[in-house]
Structures are given as C-alpha cells and as structure tokens.
Design a protein around this ligand. Structure first.
Ligand SMILES: Cc1cc2nc3c(=O)[nH]c(=O)nc-3n(C[C@H](O)[C@H](O)[C@H](O)COP(=O)(O)OP(=O)(O)OC[C@H]3O[C@@H](n4cnc5c(N)ncnc54)[C@H](O)[C@@H]3O)c2cc1C
Length: 432
C-alpha cells in the first residue's frame, strides 16, 4: 500500500466518491479509503430523491447547482445513474399546510425554484390512482430521482479511471495531526499513509473519526427505513410525499416506499446521545414526539470501545463493518398501510426487500462543509441530515475546489463547523 499521497478521502459513499472523482479529474493524487464496500451505508440505502423542493433556504443554491450536474452525470461519468426528472409532489393534509405551501412557493420562486401549488384534482392527474383526503400539494415537475448504488459506484469507477486509488475493506482508525495540521492516517492494519489534505466524508462515523485528531462535530444518528414492492412496470409518477409515507417508482419497475415527514424515527442511544445537548435542545423540543429511543448493541459497542483488549477498542471502525441497522417493523407496517390507503389499486402487491439506514443529523439539519477549525488540511463533508444524496455531485465539486483552489465557487458560510459555537441553533424552518 502507498506510503504518501496528496489527498486522502475517507468514505466510499456518494460524497467521498464524488470528491475523489472531481479531484482526480483535475490531476490531484488521491487515495480513497472505505471500511466496507462502496455505497455500503447511507448512499446505498437512500430513496434516491434528487430534489430542491422542501429544503431550508441556505441549501437551495447548492441543490439548484447540483441538479444541473445531475442532468449530464451519466455522460460525464461514463456509467448510467438512471437519473430522471420525474418530479416531486408534496401533499397537504390540512388547509393550514396548504397555506404554508403557498407561502413557501412565493419564497422559493425568488430563490429560483420551479415549485407550484396544485389542486387535489391536479395531483390526482399527476399520480394515477392517487386517493385519500388531501387539500392539494406543492409540485416541482423538474426535480427527480436516481439509482443510489449505480450513481455512487459510477463516481468511484470514474475516479479510478482518472487515476484515483480506492481501497475497500480498509478502515481508517486514526487521523494524525501535529502542530495544528493533518499529517496522515492509520488504517485498521496499522498502515500509515501520509497526506497534507484529508477529506473526512465518513457519514455517521465522521464525528468519532474527527475526534481522533481533536475535532468535535455535533451529530446525532437516526435510523430510517425503506421497503420495496415487487415490480409494477406500468406505474410512472413523481416522488410523492405524504406525512405518513413517501413513494416513487424505481428504474426496475418496483415501487420504493420511505417513511413520510410526520413518521416517527429511531435513535439508538450511545455514549454520544447526551453530548452537545445545548445545540440539539431546540430540535429535540421541535421533534420530540417523533423520536423513538432504543437501548441496545450501539450502546454496548460504544462501552466496549473503551475497554482495553476488545476488538471495538483496537479497531473500532473496522468492527462496525457489516453491522446491519435494525429494521423497525412497526414503522414498515405503517408505511405499507398508508401506501395501500392512498394507492388502493396496489393492494395485494408483495414487498420484496426492506432495510434500514442511518442518517447523520446535525443540530440545524444542514451539512458541515469545509476546513475544520484548528486543524489545517482536514476538510469535512458530513452531516447531510437525510438529504445528501441529491447534493453528492455539488459536494464533490465544491470540496475539490476548496482543496485545489483554496476556495469554493459557491459560498459555504452557512455550513462551517464553527457556526454552532458562534450562533447557536434556532428553530428549524424547512421551505415546505
Ligand atoms: C433510508 C434513507 C433515505 C434517504 N433518502 C434520501 C433522499 O431521498 N435524497 C437525498 O438526497 N438523501 C437521502 N438520504 C440521505 C443520503 O443517503 C445521505 O445524505 C448521503 O448518502 C450521504 O452520503 P455520504 O457519502 O456523506 O455518507 P455515506 O453514504 O454514509 O458514506 C460514508 C462512508 O464512509 C465509510 N466510512 C465511515 N467511517 C470510515 C472509516 N473510519 N474508514 C473508512 N471508511 C469509513 C462508510 O462505510 C460509508 O461507506 C437518505 C438516507 C437514508 C438512510
């Protein structure tokens, strides 16, 4: 294995693979290290929505720019991402929600989005067979969705074709720094690779990894779910969001279901759960009714990682490979029930696959992008809070610009790690 390189990227999800691609394309010497396989975690488990609608205002410019990259991504990478502008429809259950949608459309039009209010009758035209009691919706015909695994591996392959080296089954156990700047990493096999720039794109593991060189990222991990029907090839429609379930067709003809905006989500208590509570307090108050807390193996593994001689203590990150997030079957049942209620003609369809995935939630539900304060050369790309798949291409390009040009072509002030300390966290207002 190499002893030195210009840039080490940690994490083979869409963020890390896109960073490696855009860096390698511009001639940088890059090594990407992934503890499992490419797209093993969030990037291989996402619903694959590529949307601008329903984001906070700060994120909208990134989402707009990313969507432009998505349009030509398959050609650019030389592999199919199956991105289509299939549309994105948010349905309102109450009149109050519809009024909020109307206000949002006014704001988002100024930000450059193409969302519009649609009546319930129009929504039923857009989604054949849609039933229920909705007041109308907010519709963006030009948002879309893509194939999560194929997109992430397409970035990885294109990065390699441009000269990047990728090592899978190779966990980074420590980021080394000295005199306020990174010097390299140590892998699970004890191998040391030196580099002046290290990109931490390790998803939900990014805070613990950053902690090995003294950087603290406030983040909570939540679990969310996907369940997929058998193929239903004639069903063509946008991604539909209701408070209880979201659903969209996949390229293979199956229908993918995710938990809706009002569905409950799971948090596995660990030693980090009470950390940085001052930043999470606002979100906790806002979303506490939706949270389901669990005590189990996550806490046990965290405790074991502090016991000398255990695998978790010696190779913490390697010990997390292949641990499948637990499925909450109550949530799955509720998602399926809601889907059949809104799409009654689909009743009787069998479900062929179900999984859970982990989300890296920051206190303000916005990502952390940029150099870590106090450790020169450590670049963070994490905390996407459940919407980082769509942002993958722009994340890759902007982080490569930080590394190679010293600054990104879009302002990233709202995403600095230091914002939490400087400003605290107020109420979270999504534009929906
Ligand atoms: C069920 C679900 C649905 C979602 N739906 C959407 C959606 O519709 N639209 C959207 O935009 N986003 C969605 N998201 C969020 C989106 O999937 C993530 O924001 C995005 O994939 C994050 O990509 P990433 O590369 O930052 O992280 P990840 O994909 O998690 O990749 C991080 C990688 O780092 C590796 N790693 C970690 N630690 C180490 C280490 N120490 N050494 C080496 N490697 C390491 C991990 O193994 C992992 O492969 C969803 C997420 C989930 C779970």
């Amino acid at each position: 294995m190499e002893k030195r390189t210009e840039v080490i990227v940690i994490g083979g999800g869409i963020s890390g693979c896109a960073v490696a691609y855009y860096l390698a394309k511009r001639g940088a010497q890059v090594i990407l290290l992934e503890k499992g396989q490419i797209a093993d975690e969030a990037s291989g488990r996402t619903w694959g929505a590529v949307r601008r609608q329903g984001r906070q205002a700060a994120e909208v410019p990134l989402a707009i720019e990313s969507l432009k990259l998505w349009d030509n991504l398959s050609e650019e990478l030389g592999s199919e991402t199956h991105f289509i502008r299939g549309g994105n429809l948010l349905l309102a259950v109450t009149d109050k929600e519809l009024v909020e949608f109307e206000e949002t459309v006014k704001i988002t039009k100024e930000l450059g989005l193409e969302s519009d209010i649609v009546t319930w009758e129009k929504a039923q035209e857009i989604v054949p067979g849609l039933s229920g009691r909705f007041m109308g919706g907010m519709y963006s015909p030009s948002d879309g969705y893509a194939h999560p695994v194929k997109t992430t591996t397409a970035f990885a392959r294109a990065a390699q074709e441009n000269g990047a080296k990728i090592h899978t089954r190779c966990a980074v156990e420590k980021i080394e720094a000295s005199n306020g700047r990174v010097t390299g990493v140590v892998t699970e096999a004890g191998h040391r690779i030196e580099a002046d720039v290290i990109v931490n794109a390790a998803g939900v593991w990014a805070p613990r990894l950053a902690g090995t060189c003294g950087v603290r990222i406030p983040l909570r991990v939540i679990r969310t779910h996907v369940t997929i029907t058998e193929p239903q090839p004639d069903y063509q429609a946008p991604l539909v969001w209701t408070p209880r379930v979201a659903f969209r067709p996949t390229v293979d003809g199956n229908i993918l279901l995710g938990a809706g905006a009002a569905a409950r989500f799971d948090h596995d208590i660990d030693l980090n759960s009470l950390r940085d509570l001052r930043y999470f307090w606002q979100g906790f108050k806002q979303f506490r009714k939706k949270m389901q807390l669990h005590i189990g193996t996550k806490l046990l593994n965290d405790i074991l990682s502090h016991v000398p001689g255990t695998t978790q203590n010696q190779r913490y990150f390697a010990s997390t490979v292949g641990v499948e997030p637990e499925v909450n079957w109550d949530t799955i049942r509720q998602m399926r029930e809601a889907f059949f209620e809104y799409m009654p003609q689909m009743r009787g369809l069998r479900f062929v696959k179900t999984w859970a995935g982990l989300i890296d939630l920051t206190p303000d539900i916005l990502p952390v992008l940029g150099e870590a304060p106090g450790v020169k050369g450590l670049i963070l790309a994490t905390g996407f809070s459940g919407h980082g798949f769509a942002l993958g291409p722009i994340t890759g390009r902007l982080i490569s610009e930080i590394v190679l040009d010293g600054k990104p072509s879009l302002p990233l002030d709202d995403f600095r790690l230091a914002r939490f300390k400087e400003k605290g966290v107020g109420a979270i207002r999504r534009l929906q």
